[in-house]
Design a protein around this ligand. Structure first.
Ligand SMILES: Cc1cc2nc3c(=O)[nH]c(=O)nc-3n(C[C@H](O)[C@H](O)[C@H](O)COP(=O)(O)OP(=O)(O)OC[C@H]3O[C@@H](n4cnc5c(N)ncnc54)[C@H](O)[C@@H]3O)c2cc1C
Length: 384
């Protein structure tokens, strides 16, 4: 007989694991399906913005995260190729933590509070509706599985096989960007997140647990093509065109054998509800990494959707209201920062504009403060 759940969550990244935790803890039967085997390295800047600390406390995972001694990061520094520089303090500290540690910790926690959390389980299909219920299929090893649920949450990240299955339109667009990441041993950069611009891209540095430094860059695809598609050549030839980055790289050594790489990154509007599946995190919309806020948004969306889903399961909210309310809340909460990210990102890619922009931010401090404030939530806690 096909097993029935209240909720199936497709994707066990920060958004999916957080949603599964909140729903399971409130008594819902939840199946959490994650395609990867954890722990695993994931391409990300690995900076968790200040408001995530409060979410981790509410999820009950903060003691486990704190035990890993992630560095507290209290400010951002942005530099341009011409030497211009802007420093912005955060209103409360964020943290630097590897996705290798974070994703496993959040996924395991969902299992500990009662979700049926399965890894190496790739969802292959979702059919049905909120009115009729859903059928979900997944592949684990070479076995196919199926289950049913009243609600399905889509938390499979920025781009996945399921986007094609659901016929999502953003897949037909070209997204000429790529990203690279590797961990380094290098000169300490203090309690800062740094972003260094170069022609066609920018490169972030953030310390993570264990004193390592995560280097993660985003650039236009042409930059990689100009280096013959070789990330190591790009790191050796393009990154040192920014003097601050050149000075750091001169004394840094890569820990990972090779760079993690992704391409075709979709910074475009997506539907928040698709075929009655409620989307969370990057599956709903991906903010420019410049804001360092993607994980916080995924966690916030999980906190937004959980009470609405619980109301629906308890018969207090109709399916139409679940979809409409979630969609309205999501847009009200995130649209402004997504727009700002889309506006600011092109500036980061043009050295002359970046230099001018950073000088303007130094001259008019309220402008910078507004930029920091409008790309994130306010801070519910600062007990770090
Ligand atoms: C270059 C770059 C740098 C970034 N730096 C930062 C940063 O410093 N700070 C920050 O907060 N954000 C950053 N982000 C954004 C951040 O990585 C994302 O916003 C965040 O990972 C979103 O979490 P999520 O749970 O929605 O998706 P993900 O973390 O992508 O998780 C989705 C999960 O779904 C799984 N999955 C996919 N398909 C299936 C399937 N069919 N079945 C089952 N599981 C599936 C995947 O294996 C994955 O584990 C950055 C993004 C980029 C591109």
């Amino acid at each position: 007989m096909t097993r029935q759940y209240d909720v199936i969550v497709a994707g066990g990244g920060p958004a999916g694991s957080a949603a599964a935790t909140l729903l399971a803890r409130a008594g819902a039967s939840v199946l959490l399906l994650e395609a990867a085997t954890l722990p695993h390295d994931k391409l990300c800047g690995e900076f968790l913005s200040p408001e995530t600390v409060g979410v981790f406390q509410r999820l009950g995972v903060w003691p486990a995260i704190d035990a890993l001694a992630p560095p507290r990061l209290t400010a951002a520094r942005i530099t341009a190729r011409d030497g211009a520089r802007w420093d912005a303090p955060f209103p409360a500290p964020g943290i630097g933590l590897s996705r290798y540690a974070l994703d496993k910790l959040l996924f395991d926690h969902a299992g500990q509070v009662g979700a049926d959390a399965r890894q190496a389980a790739r969802v292959t299909g979702v059919v049905g509706s909120l009115a009729e219920g859903f059928g979900v299929t997944w592949q684990a090893g070479n076995r196919a599985h199926a289950a049913e649920a009243r609600v399905v949450l889509g938390a499979w990240g920025k781009r996945a096989n399921l986007d094609r299955t659901l016929g999502r339109t953003f897949l037909s667009l070209d997204h000429p960007t790529f990203a690279l990441k590797a961990h380094y041993h290098g000169p300490p950069i203090g309690r800062r997140v740094e972003l260094h611009g170069f022609d066609g891209g920018y490169c972030g540095l953030a310390e993570i647990e264990g004193g390592r430094i995560n280097l993660c860059l985003l650039a236009e695809t042409r930059v990689l093509h100009a280096c013959g598609g070789d990330p190591a050549r790009l790191a050796a030839e393009v990154l040192p065109t920014n003097p601050a980055l050149a000075a750091w790289l001169a004394h840094a050594a890569r820990i990972h054998d090779r760079f993690l790489a992704i391409s075709q990154i979709p910074f475009v509007r997506k539907a928040v509800v698709e075929n009655d599946v409620l989307m969370l995190g990057d599956a709903a919309g991906l903010i420019s990494p410049l804001a360092g806020n993607g994980m916080a948004m995924g966690l916030a969306a999980a906190e937004m959707v959980a009470p609405l889903v619980l109301d629906t399961l308890a018969g207090r909210r109709a399916a139409a209201s679940l979809k409409a309310t979630f969609s309205r809340q999501w847009h009200a909460h995130f649209d402004r920062r997504l727009r700002l990210g889309r506006l600011a990102q092109p500036l980061m890619l043009r050295p002359t504009m970046l230099g001018l922009g950073l000088r303007a931010l130094r001259l008019v401090p309220p402008l910078g403060a507004a930029l920091v404030a409008n790309t994130r939530d306010s801070y519910v806690t600062s007990e770090t």
